[in-house]
Design a protein around this ligand. Structure first.
Ligand SMILES: Nc1ncnc2c1ncn2[C@@H]1O[C@H](COP(=O)(O)OP(=O)(O)OP(=O)(O)O)[C@@H](O)[C@H]1O
Length: 629
């Protein structure tokens, strides 16, 4: 028997624990459901108390319901933090003894009605999906519910949004929707409460998905003190954002952030070295300081990233290595043809840099290059992020839905990074888009034509994923017109030239580009398990440490020598694998070790990745496989 994926086991544990609580509350499976119903005065004072949550939810949720769920035989509920339904939308289809079970005022606490989406989401503080037979009371087993908590401006749990149905709705669809709905409400509560009064930073992994509900939001004052933030910001930054200063989160001075024009776009680097893009909205009364109003925003040196600096052309990446030379020549031949390109290679070999260079060397260079990191988008959201969704015309609402990343790439290039991590159901929809060259947003009856150059990248072996059943074979043939494998740094014959190039490229001034012979020799012999990414980081540290002297051993970080010793002790240039660094960590660490480390580091992806010396994507992947993300 195959063992179940860890996320199923996590879900099962959650249900077992909930059932245990039900027994402790004196329930048994045959207990009669006793719905506690608030009436008259108590109900109206409850509705008054939650007026702002109610109207915000109404404005944010109704358009989703009307467009996405109207024909789905389901009902959407908003309940307060104690489990009392405040409002419901949709088909009033759930009745018992002729009485509706989800009317406003009905209490869906776990202790009285057993395991159920509203009660159990409140009890655990997590997004839950309770399938029919997972309800504790037999009488509730006719429905399936998906619920997500809503957090308020002080990060307190205000209530939950639930979608319940007694027919079939795909699991990822409803879970994704409750997540979007709860996040939309939370974002709206924060922006309407603080807008105009404080600075609001909205950030995401790229500028292209900054208008998504999944962007982080941070509200801060002119001194940089964080006043409020959404749940997403805490997850992305991996820390509690209470009472911290924005300068502790990003490598930027507060004055640089607050002295920019309204709606200014800024590349940011988190203190964990994770690149994001942000937009800053200013308070109405904030006055720019005259002196440094035009201060240019520059991430600090150690955070420099090639792709933010310079638009490489393909030829610039060819420094003489025969494999690179062939890769560049092949790409140039087909870049303007309608043939998809699949780039593979170990982590850090420069796949993203290569794709950008392809785009900027192509006829589409003036159009958008849209990067989708399939590993970083939460699984249930990949669909809505890619294909978009429509809210339809909704009077008074500024939100018209979300166009989706594929349509944003129209006329330009669509880059699907880590394509091997795309969930199977999304693969099926992507295949349709690639065949028909049309996109059908969630909830829309219309489809829209799209024209883009498709480039994908992977650091896993997609053919093996096809054999393992995690990647569709038909999609594999659609995305892999031309396969280009970028060489590992240790195999590149132009290594010395590249090192010299990077020393100049990342230097702040002339002195920093010099390097002693013995240091250069060890650079040349190093196994570079993290490839160019690791090389860049060593160079940046060495340049910072070396002041005005040529770079020598004493300027190099400890890890540099640890890797070197490890490879020399093994008498080989490291194991050749997809993600090479695993030498010390990932090869002998199993999923449980990663989870334990991740938890011990306060669920910080970047720190976990750094400690294991693997990419953040690998950590995402492992956590996702184990049901943590
Ligand atoms: N030719 C180059 N010149 C300067 N810097 C480079 C070059 N190639 C790669 N880099 C730097 O190396 C780092 C890794 O590059 P990139 O993100 O493109 O690798 P990747 O193969 O896509 O990695 P992953 O698979 O982990 O996503 C980046 O910081 C990038 O700026």
């Amino acid at each position: 028997m195959p063992t179940k994926p860890v996320h199923h086991r996590t879900h099962e544990t959650m249900i077992v624990q909930s059932w245990q609580r039900c027994r402790e509350s004196g329930l048994n499976h045959n207990s009669t459901p006793n719905i506690d119903r608030l009436a008259g005065g108590s109900l109206s004072s409850l509705l008054d108390e939650h007026h702002s949550l109610l109207t915000t939810t109404h404005n944010e949720v109704l358009p989703y319901y009307e467009n996405l769920l109207l024909n789905s035989k389901s009902q959407v509920m908003l309940a307060d933090h104690q489990g009392y339904v405040l409002q419901n939308w949709g088909d009033q289809r759930f009745k018992r003894d002729n009485q509706e079970i989800f009317t406003p005022g009905s209490g869906w606490q776990e202790s009285t009605l057993g395991t159920n989406a509203i009660g159990t989401a409140l009890k655990t503080g997590n997004i839950v999906q309770i399938e029919r037979d997972e309800h504790f009371l037999i009488s509730n087993r006719f429905m399936t519910g998906s619920a997500a908590p809503i957090f308020g401006i002080d990060r307190e749990m205000l209530g939950v949004i639930d979608i319940s149905t007694d027919t079939y709705l795909p699991e990822s669809h409803t879970l994704g929707l409750v997540k979007i709905m709860s996040q939309a409400v939370e974002n709206q509560l924060i922006t309407s409460h603080f807008k105009g009064e404080y600075f609001i930073l909205r950030f995401n992994t790229s500028i292209e998905n900054i208008d998504s509900q999944w962007s982080g939001l941070i509200v801060f004052d002119e001194n940089g003190l964080v006043i409020s933030a959404n749940h997403r910001a805490e997850i992305m930054l991996g820390c509690d954002l209470k009472l911290v200063n924005i300068s502790q989160l990003f490598m930027i001075n507060v004055s640089q952030l607050v002295n920019q024009p309204e709606g200014f776009q800024v590349p940011l680097v988190t203190t964990q070295q994770f690149r994001v893009h942000g937009i800053v909205h200013k308070p109405v009364q904030a006055k720019p300081r005259a002196l440094d109003f035009r201060a240019e925003i520059k991430p600090e040196k150690s955070a420099r990233h090639v792709s933010d600096q310079h638009r490489f052309q393909l030829d610039e990446l060819n420094l003489g290595d025969p494999v690179m030379e062939k890769a560049v020549a092949q790409s140039k031949r087909i870049i303007d043809k309608n043939i998809p390109i699949l780039i593979s290679g170990e982590t850090g070999v420069g796949k993203e840099v290569f794709v950008k260079a392809m785009h900027y060397s192509s006829l589409r260079s003036k159009q958008n290059l849209i990067t989708v990191n399939c590993a970083a988008i939460p699984q249930e959201l990949v669909e809505s992020e890619l294909f978009g969704y429509e809210k339809g015309a909704f009077t008074g609402s500024s939100s018209k839905g979300y166009i989706g990343l594929i349509r944003k790439a129209d006329k330009g290039t669509l880059f699907l990074d880590e394509i091997g991590d795309m969930p199977l159901n999304v693969q099926a929809r992507l295949l349709r888009v690639l065949q028909e060259r049309r996109v059908n947003p969630l909830g829309s009856t219309e489809s829209y034509p799209v024209d883009f150059k498709l480039v994908s990248a992977t650091n896993c072996n997609l053919k093996e994923s096809v054999a393992a059943g995690t990647f569709r074979q038909d999609l594999y043939y659609r995305v892999s017109g031309l396969n280009i494998e970028l060489p590992a740094l240790r195999h590149r014959r132009d290594r010395q030239k590249l090192i010299q190039f990077l020393l100049k490229y990342y230097a702040e001034n002339k002195q920093h580009t010099e390097i002693t012979e013995r240091a250069m020799d060890s650079f040349n012999r190093h196994p570079w398990p993290g490839n160019i990414r690791q090389l860049v980081s060593v160079i940046q540290i060495a340049q910072a440490m070396s002041d005005n002297e040529p770079i020598d051993f004493e300027h190099l970080p400890d890890d540099f020598f640890t890797d070197m010793e490890a490879s020399e002790n093994h008498g080989e240039t490291l194991i050749v694998g997809q993600e090479n660094k695993p030498l010390t960590a990932a090869t002998d660490s199993n999923t449980n070790n990663i989870i334990a480390l991740y938890q011990s580091l306060n669920c910080n992806i970047s720190k976990t990745a750094a400690q294991l010396s693997v990419s953040r994507n690998t950590v995402y992947k492992r956590l996702r496989e184990s049901g943590f993300k």
